[in-house]
Design a binder for this molecule. Structure first.
Ligand SMILES: C[S@@+](CC[C@H](N)C(=O)[O-])C[C@H]1O[C@@H](n2cnc3c(N)ncnc32)[C@H](O)[C@@H]1O
Length: 207
Protein backbone atom coordinates (compact mmCIF):
# COMPACT_ATOMS: atom_id res chain seq x y z
CA UNK A 1 0.00 0.00 0.00
CA UNK A 2 1.50 3.34 -0.96
CA UNK A 3 1.80 6.14 1.57
CA UNK A 4 -1.32 8.22 1.86
CA UNK A 5 -3.58 5.44 0.61
CA UNK A 6 -6.20 4.41 3.13
CA UNK A 7 -6.29 0.65 3.66
CA UNK A 8 -9.62 -1.03 3.03
CA UNK A 9 -11.37 -2.50 6.04
CA UNK A 10 -10.15 -5.99 5.24
CA UNK A 11 -6.54 -4.88 4.62
CA UNK A 12 -6.50 -2.92 7.86
CA UNK A 13 -7.87 -5.79 9.96
CA UNK A 14 -5.85 -8.55 8.26
CA UNK A 15 -2.68 -6.54 8.90
CA UNK A 16 -3.68 -5.87 12.49
CA UNK A 17 -4.36 -9.58 13.13
CA UNK A 18 -1.09 -10.63 11.46
CA UNK A 19 0.87 -8.34 13.78
CA UNK A 20 0.68 -10.94 16.54
CA UNK A 21 -0.28 -14.56 16.99
CA UNK A 22 -3.38 -13.56 18.89
CA UNK A 23 -4.75 -10.12 19.66
CA UNK A 24 -7.72 -10.93 21.93
CA UNK A 25 -7.79 -12.91 25.15
CA UNK A 26 -9.35 -16.13 23.85
CA UNK A 27 -12.01 -15.79 26.56
CA UNK A 28 -15.64 -14.87 25.86
CA UNK A 29 -16.65 -11.30 26.58
CA UNK A 30 -17.95 -10.81 30.13
CA UNK A 31 -21.02 -8.94 28.93
CA UNK A 32 -21.99 -11.78 26.60
CA UNK A 33 -21.59 -14.33 29.37
CA UNK A 34 -23.70 -12.20 31.72
CA UNK A 35 -26.44 -11.44 29.21
CA UNK A 36 -26.72 -14.65 27.20
CA UNK A 37 -26.15 -17.35 29.83
CA UNK A 38 -29.87 -17.63 30.58
CA UNK A 39 -31.13 -17.56 27.00
CA UNK A 40 -32.48 -20.75 25.48
CA UNK A 41 -30.07 -21.79 22.70
CA UNK A 42 -31.16 -21.42 19.10
CA UNK A 43 -29.51 -19.80 16.11
CA UNK A 44 -27.04 -17.04 16.97
CA UNK A 45 -25.29 -14.48 14.82
CA UNK A 46 -21.96 -13.03 16.01
CA UNK A 47 -21.06 -9.88 14.07
CA UNK A 48 -17.35 -9.05 13.94
CA UNK A 49 -16.46 -12.32 15.65
CA UNK A 50 -12.70 -11.72 15.60
CA UNK A 51 -10.78 -14.74 16.83
CA UNK A 52 -13.96 -16.57 17.73
CA UNK A 53 -14.00 -16.84 21.53
CA UNK A 54 -17.62 -15.69 21.80
CA UNK A 55 -18.82 -17.97 19.00
CA UNK A 56 -17.07 -20.92 20.64
CA UNK A 57 -18.63 -20.08 24.03
CA UNK A 58 -22.10 -19.93 22.45
CA UNK A 59 -21.58 -23.18 20.52
CA UNK A 60 -20.46 -24.93 23.70
CA UNK A 61 -23.76 -23.89 25.25
CA UNK A 62 -25.74 -25.47 22.45
CA UNK A 63 -26.20 -22.56 20.05
CA UNK A 64 -25.79 -22.99 16.29
CA UNK A 65 -23.70 -19.99 15.43
CA UNK A 66 -23.09 -17.98 12.30
CA UNK A 67 -19.92 -16.00 12.96
CA UNK A 68 -18.95 -13.18 10.64
CA UNK A 69 -15.87 -11.05 10.21
CA UNK A 70 -14.29 -8.92 7.51
CA UNK A 71 -10.85 -10.42 8.21
CA UNK A 72 -9.90 -13.74 6.63
CA UNK A 73 -6.99 -13.96 9.09
CA UNK A 74 -9.31 -13.64 12.08
CA UNK A 75 -11.74 -16.18 10.62
CA UNK A 76 -8.97 -18.71 10.06
CA UNK A 77 -7.91 -18.37 13.71
CA UNK A 78 -11.50 -18.54 14.89
CA UNK A 79 -12.04 -21.76 12.92
CA UNK A 80 -8.91 -23.25 14.52
CA UNK A 81 -10.20 -22.28 17.97
CA UNK A 82 -13.58 -23.89 17.19
CA UNK A 83 -11.89 -27.09 15.99
CA UNK A 84 -9.73 -27.28 19.13
CA UNK A 85 -12.85 -26.76 21.25
CA UNK A 86 -14.68 -29.54 19.37
CA UNK A 87 -17.50 -27.27 18.17
CA UNK A 88 -16.49 -26.68 14.55
CA UNK A 89 -19.65 -28.43 13.34
CA UNK A 90 -21.82 -25.90 15.20
CA UNK A 91 -20.27 -22.71 13.82
CA UNK A 92 -20.64 -21.45 10.28
CA UNK A 93 -17.86 -18.90 9.70
CA UNK A 94 -18.62 -16.43 6.95
CA UNK A 95 -16.52 -13.58 5.61
CA UNK A 96 -18.54 -10.42 5.05
CA UNK A 97 -17.86 -6.74 4.96
CA UNK A 98 -21.07 -6.01 6.83
CA UNK A 99 -21.30 -2.68 5.06
CA UNK A 100 -21.75 -4.65 1.83
CA UNK A 101 -23.35 -7.99 2.66
CA UNK A 102 -25.00 -9.84 5.50
CA UNK A 103 -25.69 -13.49 6.35
CA UNK A 104 -29.15 -14.72 5.49
CA UNK A 105 -31.89 -15.82 7.83
CA UNK A 106 -33.35 -15.03 11.24
CA UNK A 107 -31.62 -15.52 14.57
CA UNK A 108 -32.72 -15.91 18.20
CA UNK A 109 -29.63 -13.96 19.24
CA UNK A 110 -27.79 -11.34 17.25
CA UNK A 111 -24.68 -10.09 19.05
CA UNK A 112 -22.40 -7.23 18.06
CA UNK A 113 -19.57 -7.28 20.58
CA UNK A 114 -17.12 -4.42 20.21
CA UNK A 115 -17.97 -4.00 16.56
CA UNK A 116 -15.74 -0.95 16.39
CA UNK A 117 -13.54 -0.10 13.47
CA UNK A 118 -11.41 2.67 12.08
CA UNK A 119 -12.45 4.11 8.77
CA UNK A 120 -15.93 4.51 7.51
CA UNK A 121 -17.69 1.37 8.73
CA UNK A 122 -21.40 2.39 8.84
CA UNK A 123 -21.93 0.95 12.33
CA UNK A 124 -25.40 2.43 12.88
CA UNK A 125 -26.71 1.09 9.59
CA UNK A 126 -25.15 -2.32 10.26
CA UNK A 127 -26.81 -2.46 13.68
CA UNK A 128 -30.20 -1.60 12.19
CA UNK A 129 -29.72 -4.42 9.68
CA UNK A 130 -28.71 -6.65 12.58
CA UNK A 131 -31.99 -5.86 14.32
CA UNK A 132 -33.92 -6.87 11.22
CA UNK A 133 -32.36 -10.35 11.47
CA UNK A 134 -33.69 -11.00 15.00
CA UNK A 135 -36.69 -13.35 15.06
CA UNK A 136 -39.77 -12.73 17.19
CA UNK A 137 -38.91 -13.46 20.83
CA UNK A 138 -35.19 -13.08 20.03
CA UNK A 139 -32.52 -10.87 21.53
CA UNK A 140 -30.32 -8.15 20.10
CA UNK A 141 -27.19 -7.54 22.19
CA UNK A 142 -24.85 -4.68 21.39
CA UNK A 143 -21.78 -4.19 23.54
CA UNK A 144 -19.17 -1.51 23.00
CA UNK A 145 -16.34 0.27 24.72
CA UNK A 146 -17.39 3.13 26.97
CA UNK A 147 -14.58 5.54 26.16
CA UNK A 148 -11.01 5.08 25.02
CA UNK A 149 -8.29 3.33 26.99
CA UNK A 150 -5.21 5.35 27.88
CA UNK A 151 -2.80 3.00 26.09
CA UNK A 152 -4.45 3.38 22.71
CA UNK A 153 -2.59 4.61 19.66
CA UNK A 154 -3.58 8.01 18.37
CA UNK A 155 -5.28 6.42 15.39
CA UNK A 156 -7.59 4.44 17.68
CA UNK A 157 -8.89 7.72 19.02
CA UNK A 158 -10.47 8.25 15.60
CA UNK A 159 -12.98 5.52 16.36
CA UNK A 160 -16.20 6.98 17.66
CA UNK A 161 -17.50 5.21 20.75
CA UNK A 162 -21.16 6.19 21.25
CA UNK A 163 -22.93 6.11 24.58
CA UNK A 164 -25.61 3.44 25.12
CA UNK A 165 -28.43 5.98 24.69
CA UNK A 166 -27.05 7.03 21.30
CA UNK A 167 -26.79 3.41 20.16
CA UNK A 168 -30.36 2.80 21.24
CA UNK A 169 -31.63 5.91 19.50
CA UNK A 170 -29.81 5.08 16.27
CA UNK A 171 -31.56 1.69 16.13
CA UNK A 172 -34.88 3.50 15.63
CA UNK A 173 -36.53 0.51 17.28
CA UNK A 174 -40.33 0.69 17.25
CA UNK A 175 -41.50 0.32 20.90
CA UNK A 176 -44.48 -1.69 19.65
CA UNK A 177 -42.05 -4.24 18.26
CA UNK A 178 -39.14 -4.06 20.69
CA UNK A 179 -38.76 -4.18 24.45
CA UNK A 180 -35.64 -2.41 25.71
CA UNK A 181 -34.10 -4.62 28.41
CA UNK A 182 -30.88 -2.69 28.96
CA UNK A 183 -29.30 0.56 27.86
CA UNK A 184 -26.47 1.31 30.23
CA UNK A 185 -22.80 1.73 30.93
CA UNK A 186 -21.34 -1.07 33.06
CA UNK A 187 -17.99 -0.92 34.78
CA UNK A 188 -15.90 -4.06 34.81
CA UNK A 189 -14.29 -5.53 37.89
CA UNK A 190 -11.07 -5.87 35.96
CA UNK A 191 -9.87 -4.00 32.91
CA UNK A 192 -9.89 -6.07 29.74
CA UNK A 193 -6.50 -7.03 28.26
CA UNK A 194 -6.98 -3.94 26.10
CA UNK A 195 -7.17 -1.71 29.17
CA UNK A 196 -10.84 -0.76 28.90
CA UNK A 197 -12.73 -0.38 32.17
CA UNK A 198 -16.36 -0.06 31.16
CA UNK A 199 -18.77 -1.28 28.49
CA UNK A 200 -21.89 0.18 26.97
CA UNK A 201 -24.60 -2.45 26.83
CA UNK A 202 -27.77 -2.28 24.79
CA UNK A 203 -30.08 -5.28 24.92
CA UNK A 204 -33.49 -5.53 23.30
CA UNK A 205 -36.03 -8.28 22.90
CA UNK A 206 -38.20 -8.52 19.82
CA UNK A 207 -41.84 -8.95 20.82
C1 LIG B 1 -12.68 -4.59 18.09
S1 LIG B 1 -12.75 -6.11 17.21
C2 LIG B 1 -13.83 -7.11 18.22
C3 LIG B 1 -13.69 -8.58 17.96
C4 LIG B 1 -14.59 -9.50 18.83
N1 LIG B 1 -15.99 -9.24 18.64
C5 LIG B 1 -14.22 -9.37 20.28
O1 LIG B 1 -15.01 -8.81 21.05
O2 LIG B 1 -13.13 -9.84 20.66
C6 LIG B 1 -13.77 -5.66 15.82
C7 LIG B 1 -13.94 -6.78 14.82
O3 LIG B 1 -14.83 -6.33 13.79
C8 LIG B 1 -14.33 -6.75 12.54
N2 LIG B 1 -14.83 -5.81 11.52
C9 LIG B 1 -14.45 -4.52 11.35
N3 LIG B 1 -15.13 -3.98 10.31
C10 LIG B 1 -15.97 -4.95 9.84
C11 LIG B 1 -16.90 -4.99 8.77
N4 LIG B 1 -17.12 -3.93 7.97
N5 LIG B 1 -17.57 -6.15 8.54
C12 LIG B 1 -17.34 -7.25 9.33
N6 LIG B 1 -16.46 -7.25 10.36
C13 LIG B 1 -15.77 -6.12 10.61
C14 LIG B 1 -12.82 -6.73 12.69
O4 LIG B 1 -12.13 -7.54 11.78
C15 LIG B 1 -12.65 -7.20 14.14
O5 LIG B 1 -12.49 -8.59 14.20
Amino acid sequence: MSEGTEATGQEYWDTRYRESERIWSGEPNAALVAEAADLAPGRALDLGCGEGADAVWLARRGWRVTAVDISAVALERAAEHAAEAGVADRIDFQRHDLAQSFPEGGFALVAALFLHSRGDMPRERILRTAAAHVVSGGTLLIVGHAGHATWEHDHDQDVRLPEAAEVLESLQADPGEWEVLLSQERRRDHASPGGHHADTIVKLRRR
